[in-house]
Write a protein that binds this ligand. Structure first.
Ligand SMILES: [Zn+2]
Length: 201
């Protein structure tokens, strides 16, 4: 891939990660290859032509931590409430452009509880008053982070699909029920036991 003709590092990162997704990622639900959305489309970077599902790509040199930067706070809350949020794809790569980890977060796990507002930009800023947000992905259960690539190793598409479709029942719930259930799943998973009891001691 000829990245040298792109001068800015952010442009180079974008071209690299988009190309990688186009040639390596299939729709986790149906395994069809994803197509790039037209450049002027807001938020949605890739679309599955079979499911019509939309995917937003975030890429980072190094690793993603528990907090992932996102766009405007209110737009994120609105799109979650409307049930039309895209799935997120988090791609991390090394300084020599080797893909280390790729994780997909199904939109069924994008809940208001993980959206943290950032302070609005101060009056000296060009976009004064604009308020962004971060996503606290550490609050999600493991089921909400489906790995395509883990520590440089690509997983079989069938494994990704079965993991992705295992939580499809959440799609039938409204956003507030999904929020409650997702956080409960997260707590139950953190206990790490097959059986537990709610009795107070
Ligand atoms: Zn699909």
């Amino acid at each position: 891939m000829d990245l040298d003709r792109y001068k800015s590092p952010s442009q180079r990162a974008r071209v690299f990660s988009e190309k990688w997704v186009q040639s390596n990622l299939s729709c986790p639900a149906c395994i069809h290859s994803l197509t790039k959305a037209p450049n002027n489309t807001k938020v949605r970077d890739f679309v599955c032509p079979i499911c019509s599902d939309a995917f937003e790509l975030k890429s980072k040199r190094g690793s993603f931590g528990p907090i992932v930067a996102d766009g405007a706070y209110q737009s994120m809350v609105d799109i979650i409430r409307s049930g039309r949020a895209p799935h997120l794809v988090l791609l991390s790569y090394t300084s020599d452009y080797a893909v280390r980890d790729v994780i997909a977060i199904p939109n069924r796990f994008l809940i208001e509880e993980i959206v943290i507002p950032r302070p609005p930009l101060g009056e000296h800023c060009r976009r004064a008053g604009w308020q962004g947000c971060n996503l606290n992905v550490a609050m999600l259960p493991p089921d909400g982070k489906v790995a395509y690539v883990s520590n440089f190793e690509k997983r079989p598409a069938e494994d990704v699909r079965s993991e992705w479709n295992r939580t499809a029942f959440l799609d039938r719930l409204d956003s507030s029920s999904r929020g409650w259930l997702t956080l409960t799943m997260s707590l139950v998973r953190s206990i790490g036991k097959q059986e537990f009891c709610l009795r107070k001691r």
